[in-house]
Design a protein around this ligand. Structure first.
Ligand code: MRU
Length: 353
């Protein structure tokens, strides 16, 4: 990693066992760099729901620390059965958002620790915090490995298109799709990135463009609807996005608009890649139709960012994610190497323990 350029620290645990979770409030970027402290479990749930913390791996890390807060609060309030109270709070956190499997993956990692021997409460709490920190650190390591794997696919001078934000803000530190660009640049390759603004909440414009500029990666912002024209003009050598959940056959859920990019890429002969850690695979689901798609409030479309842009009361459909079929994906860049071709047996080989 090039240490002269700063990367973002999306989340951190402040203090020791009696500490709390600190996170960047991503809803305020790029206008304001604001960090918020979460002390109650409700604050973590709200932060995930309201996208103060967002991006599949970051949601999982936030939830793992949320479990530590739940345990701390259960002990401090003298709960009769701190393990049961903590598990109930963990189950509550699981209701915050449905699509990113990393949330459930992280909570499943915490479960055996919640249920482990709690005779010595301080020791139990220490083991919970250690597990949450390990989930956090593991993600950091996975992101760097994804970067190394993906950078090999890019050549000096390439221009790549990305969607939503799969950067440091969405992970422990370095990102998935953006890790590929950061690593390629650290290797001395000069890159250019087209950033889809990503309607309706503009994660591309607000967060990805911000991160790329922080790291001095050349980028150009476009509206989502311009991707076809940009590809037709031959300006893009690859599309790389993140994912929220990947089924056993490789079908991949990601921010709404990703599927249309994959169709466009196919039409224009541009390779379409997904970059994701192994924690984003859900091998229990055979195919993408089984992935739950989050529906969000209509106001995100009609009244985004302080101004009404649609007639009052107009019916709105607002799915936050779509699923790209595996046949449109040229490869999945993971922390365990490249999955190419994308099919169930190759995924099993790379991802299953
Ligand atoms: O609704 P969001 O902003 O949480 O959606 C995030 C995405 O779709 C990301 O591309 C995905 O989580 C991958 S992050 C490494």
């Amino acid at each position: 990693m090039n240490s002269s350029k700063s990367t973002v620290e999306t989340l951190s645990w402040v203090g020791d066992l009696d500490g709390h979770l600190r996170m960047i409030d991503q809803t305020q970027l790029p206008g304001e760099f604001l960090e918020i402290d979460c002390i109650e479990i409700q604050e973590v749930w709200d932060a995930i729901k309201q996208l103060k913390v967002r991006g599949a791996p970051a949601i999982g890390i936030a939830a793992a620390y949320g479990v530590c807060l739940a345990a701390k609060n259960a002990i401090q309030t003298g709960a009769q059965d701190p393990q049961q109270v903590t598990q109930e709070q963990a189950d509550y956190l699981a209701t915050s958002r449905p699509t990113a499997v990393n949330l459930f993956w992280a909570l499943n990692r915490m479960k055996p620790v919640i249920q482990s021997d709690a005779t010595d409460l301080a020791d139990w709490q220490r083991r919970l915090l250690a597990e949450a920190k390990e989930i956090h650190e593991e993600d950091r390591r996975m992101c760097h490995r994804i970067g190394e794997c993906g950078a090999a696919l890019l050549s000096d001078g390439d221009s790549v298109l990305t969607h939503c934000n799969a950067g440091g803000l969405a992970t422990a530190e370095y990102g998935t799709a953006l890790s590929v660009f950061f690593t390629a640049q650290d290797q001395g390759k000069s890159l250019h990135v087209f950033v889809d603004e990503t309607r309706p909440l503009l994660q591309g414009a607000r967060l990805t463009a911000w991160e790329l500029r922080q790291r001095e990666v050349n980028c150009t912002l476009i509206c989502d609807s311009m991707a076809a024209q940009v590809m037709k003009e031959g300006r893009v050598q690859a599309v790389i996005t993140g994912a929220d959940r990947i089924a056993a056959n490789g079908d991949s859920a990601n921010k709404i608009g990703t599927y249309s990019l994959a169709v466009l890429a196919k039409h224009h002969g541009v390779p379409f890649y997904i970059a994701a850690p192994t924690s984003t695979f859900d091998l229990d689901l055979e195919h993408g139709d089984q992935i739950p798609i989050e529906l969000r409030e209509s106001a995100e479309i009609t009244d985004g960012f302080g101004r009404s842009t649609a007639p009052s009361g107009v019916p709105v459909y607002n799915p936050a994610f779509d699923v790209t079929p595996s046949e449109l994906i040229r490869g999945i860049i993971t922390d365990r190497g490249l999955i190419d071709p994308v099919n169930a047996s190759r995924i099993q080989e790379v991802v299953a323990d």
